[in-house]
Design a protein. Sequence first.
Length: 91
Amino acid sequence: MVLKWSSKALSDLARLHDFLTPVDKRAASRTVQALASAPARLVDNPRIGEKLEEYDPREVRRILVGRYEVRYEIRKSTIYILRIWHTREDR
């Protein structure tokens, strides 16, 4: 499996970093690093995340990384990271 990031997911990382930096710069960096590295485990276990039935017939799933949700889609041999946000955000 190959891992690819959507532009929206990359924008989400930047947005979260910008939001957290004024509060605690080191925590912002740690959080973004954890969110950026977490999807790597999907390469070996792509179906580890919860399947989101509302996207059928697409195979969209989610994993939780701390208090953040990472949504991704499996298409053939590629995993696309779609979006990332804090679970308290209204999504």
